[in-house]
Each structure stands twice: as structure tokens, then as C-alpha cells.
Design a binder for this molecule. Structure first.
Ligand SMILES: [Zn+2]
Length: 282
């Protein structure tokens, strides 16, 4: 599932490509994907984008906003005058645009089009009044975000209150927003912490290392435009590159690049693939 760097990359590109466009029509090919009355956004000018955890928000000048959670396989792809020479469409855009997996099409002025594709159809788009966006239950519940408002002090306090495995706590969106499986794996390897360690058992210096590691891997993710390991593509139709730069995620059976004393092992924790070095991460 896309995590903070992927959704933030998407938000940045959407801001760039949608700036100044007006929505002329909305074609909904799968009603379950789209919640709310699309007529409310027809004719409205796009003013900007925001992100809350893994939810991206497109704000409109008429007091409405378009919220999107792409879940596992949702993709926004833009074509139009604000993207002069789009690169070749990623093969991860199954069926192309528009294609059998295109569920919503936003027709914009000046010949622009924003496609929403979603093979698994778990993602959702919701129309809401802009003033109500921050009252959304999942946004109210969202924990503080690394790179934004998660300070080391808050981080320490969150960990001290949980006996659950540290990796599960990192991925709990109500504890902190935006960290999912790929970056949790990499941050734990970077700070030499076993993913199963109960959060409250971590010593202060380890917590500080982990805090820095989270920031470091998220920044690397952003630098590479996110990870296109599954279906993630950027709104220009290309792919992120972080999947080629992961530290431990996806490296099962390969030698640990730090200690060279063990192969990376994989097991499942809370149902998610968990990678670690049994020598460095004890
Ligand atoms: Zn190692």
C-alpha cells in the first residue's frame, strides 16, 4: 500500500498538474468508488492539494474538496497542457487510460483529463465541504506525522505506552501517520532494532536512533518519488524508484549489507512481510 512518500509524491504532482484547471465533467464508471454528489464539483476551479496521512485532498474554489484514499492499487494519472511531454505510461497502469480499470474520469478545461484507475477497487474518492475535511473521523484520529509534527518527545511517549511489537506500532496510523510496511522495515534495519521488540522496552538511545531512521528512510522515499513495488505510479504516469533502493525490504535471502554475517530473513508479523538481519537486529 502506498505510504507517506508515495502519497506525498502524488500530492506534489497533482498540485503541479491540476493547478488552475477547472473541472468540466466527472464520469463515474464505478459508483462504489465515488461517494458524494459529483455535480457539486462541476465548474469548480482547483486551488491546491493537501495530504492527511495516506489521504490526499484536492481543494476547489467553490468550498468543496475531493478526498482520495488509493488503498492498494489506486492510481491518478494526468494528461493535459500542464504536462507537456509525458513519459511512456508505466506498465503498472493495467489496461491503460482510459481502460477497463478506469473507474472515474475528471474532464478538465483546456483539454486536461485526470484518470482514476484501480484494479482491486479498494480505493475511494469522496466529495466533501472543505470546512468539514479536518472533522473527518480518520483525520481526527490520525497520529502526528514524521517530517511534520511528530517530535522525538511525542515519539518516546507513544512507544512508552505500548507493549506491542515496535513494527506494529510504527504502522498504526492512529499512533503516527504515514509509515507503512516498506519504510517500517527499513527504519528498523537502519536503527538495528528487532521488529518484534515490545515498543516500551526500547531504551532511550535506541528510540532516538529509530526516530532519526524513520525520517531518513521517508526522505529517501520522497527523493526517489516513492516505491512502485505494487501498483503505485506517479500522476505523470511514470514510476517511483525507491523499490530499487530499499535497505532490507524485499531482500530476503541476500547477505546483510551492513554486517555481512547473515542472510536477510523474512517472516510475517501482523500479517505483513517483515525482513530483518538476525545478527544486527537482535
Ligand atoms: Zn546484519
Amino acid at each position: 500500500m502506498p505510504e507517506l512518500p508515495e502519497v506525498e509524491t502524488m500530492r506534489i504532482q497533482l498540485a503541479k498538474y491540476l493547478a488552475g484547471h477547472k473541472i468540466l465533467a466527472v464520469e463515474i464508471r464505478n459508483r462504489k468508488t465515488f461517494q458524494g454528489d459529483e455535480k457539486k464539483i462541476v465548474g469548480a476551479k482547483i486551488t491546491g492539494t493537501r495530504r492527511f496521512g495516506k489521504v490526499s485532498v484536492i481543494d476547489l474554489a467553490n468550498g468543496y474538496s475531493v478526498l482520495t484514499h488509493v488503498k492498494l492499487t489506486g492510481q491518478y494519472i494526468y494528461r493535459g497542457p500542464n504536462l507537456k511531454n509525458p513519459s511512456k505510461l508505466s506498465a503498472k497502469v493495467t489496461g491503460g487510460i482510459p481502460g477497463p480499470h478506469t473507474l472515474v474520469i475528471f474532464n478538465l478545461d483546456r483539454g486536461g483529463v485526470l484518470y482514476y484507475n484501480d484494479v482491486r477497487r479498494f480505493g475511494w474518492i469522496r466529495i466533501e465541504k472543505t470546512e468539514d475535511v479536518e472533522k473527518e473521523k480518520f483525520i481526527v484520529k490520525l497520529g502526528p506525522e514524521p517530517l511534520k509534527d511528530l517530535t522525538l518527545e511525542i515519539f518516546k511517549s507513544i512507544l512508552s505506552k505500548s507493549g506491542r511489537p515496535i513494527k506494529i506500532v510504527l504502522m498504526d496510523q492512529t499512533k503516527m501517520g504515514g509509515v507503512g510496511n516498506i519504510y517500517a522495515n527499513d527504519a528498523l534495519w537502519l536503527s538495528k532494532i528487532n521488529p518484534k521488540t515490545p515498543a516500551k522496552e526500547l531504551q532511550n538511545d535506541k528510540i532516538t536512533e529509530l526516530y532519526k531512521a524513520i525520517i531518513s528512510v521517508l526522505k529517501a522515499g520522497l527523493k526517489y518519488g516513492g516505491a512502485s513495488e505494487l501498483a503505485f505510479v506517479t500522476p505523470d504516469g511514470a514510476e517511483g524508484e525507491y523499490q530499487n533502493h530499499t535497505l532490507v525490504y524485499g531482500h530476503e535471502g541476500e547477505p546483510c549489507e551492513r554486517c555481512h554475517k547473515s542472510l536477510i530473513k523474512k517472516f510475517f508479523l501482523g500479517g505483513r512481510g517483515t525482513y530483518f538481519c538476525p545478527v544486527c537486529q537482535v
